[in-house]
Design a protein around this ligand. Structure first.
Ligand code: ATP
Length: 347
């Protein structure tokens, strides 16, 4: 593998704990990465900077790839979500979140293999909220033809490249006739005019949720606007073992930030029990992205070895508490590294 500069934002809560272990595993796997550490959110505030320091944005703009831990978002007050700010400011318009069953993790369904594609820049995440009069507040849902078309095209292109057979749009266009109506209209156009060979389906989101939890094998790629994508991501995480095992990527033009679906998990922060797998899986997506965009097949090989090592670790019954095991964050990472070394013939 070539040597690559990557921005690392450790994040808040469990972020730094899981990021440390991911760095250690990548290093053991032979990934040659020069980490450029930058801060955002509460961690940046604690250091006396802005919530979103310009040097963090500049580093991602300049280097093009970042691995990011979760940043705390205050509920109902305080600064607006750093995760959302970052996606908007860098125009990382496509969130992609693969959800798959893992060996050794028993859940209600076997062989779940879904990909969530979420529009990342608008919808109810526009952040436009105001008080009309005391006791009456409103929040604006924004949909633009440009962003709806862009995410639909991205999803169809992704499905085609990954040999996926079907795209399902989940929506509520029966109620939000204009905003969700535009979203499905744009998806229909892209399907009809550019990718007629991919199966296409639309489902009202409430009925769609019921069908997903009844039989996830009915679905393949799910395409959603911002808020629905957020909610469905956690619902689908529940199908495969929870938030500790679902990775994600936020992709824009020539920029990508890889981050787990989970938040900063303040309830378990600092206890050494967080599952580092979701961020590790995000880093595997990152290595594959590097292989594609920086022409480095060595990065893909390392990604493959890490994936094999964590699959084997789970298969051997080594798990963190969220998956029903008893290993702490570091012990679980040790178990993965042991398997990486065995695979490489290092004893
Ligand atoms: P935030 O406000 O930063 O989004 P949150 O607590 O609202 O954080 P999550 O951080 O996603 O939301 O946590 C939801 C639940 O899932 C918590 O009980 C948390 O402990 C658990 N959880 C999330 N990530 C992990 C992980 N990596 N390992 C173990 N448990 C996790």
């Amino acid at each position: 593998m070539k040597r690559h500069k990557i921005v690392l934002i450790p994040g808040d809560g469990i972020g730094p704990e899981v990021a440390d272990e991911v760095k250690r595993i990548l290093d053991s796997a032979g990934a040659k990465i020069e980490w450029v550490e930058r801060y955002a959110g509460q961690a940046a505030l604690d250091m006396g900077s802005d919530v979103m320091p310009p040097e963090t944005l500049e580093a991602i703009e300049h280097i093009g790839v970042a691995l990011k831990g979760p940043c705390t978002t205050p509920v109902g007050k305080g600064f607006s979500s750093v995760n959302v700010q970052l996606r908007k400011k860098l125009n990382l318009y496509a969130a992609v979140r693969p959800v798959r069953s893992l060996p050794g993790v028993s859940t209600r369904f076997e062989n779940v293999d879904l990909v969530i594609v979420r529009e990342n820049t608008e919808g109810l995440y526009s952040g436009i909220e105001n008080e009309v009069t005391p006791g009456v507040v409103m929040s604006m849902k924004v949909s633009t033809e440009k962003a709806c078309t862009r995410i639909a095209r991205w999803a169809f292109r992704y499905a085609t490249h990954r040999q996926r057979r079907k795209i399902t749009v989940l929506h509520k266009a029966n109620i939000m006739k204009l905003t969700d109506g535009l979203f499905i209209g744009c998806a229909q156009n892209i399907h009809k005019n550019e990718y007629p060979n991919i199966d296409y389906q639309e489902l009202i989101i409430d009925a769609g949720c019921m069908k997903i939890v009844q039989d996830p094998s009915l679905f393949d790629v799910l395409l959603l606007e911002n808020l629905y994508g957020d909610v469905i991501s956690d619902l689908c995480a529940g199908l495969v073992g929870g938030l500790g095992v679902v990775p994600g990527a936020n992709i824009g033009e020539r920029k990508a930030v890889f981050e787990a679906v989970h938040g900063s998990a303040p309830d378990i922060a600092g206890k050494g029990v967080a599952n580092p797998l979701a961020l590790l899986m995000s880093s595997v997506m990152m290595l594959n992205h590097i292989a594609d965009t920086r022409e480095d097949p060595g990065a893909r090989e390392i990604a493959h070895n890490i994936r094999k090592a964590y699959d084997k670790t789970l298969e051997d019954g080594h798990k963190t508490r969220d998956l029903g095991g008893n290993l702490g964050t570091t012990e679980f990472a040790d178990a993965i590294i042991e398997r990486l070394n065995k695979h490489a013939g290092i004893s």
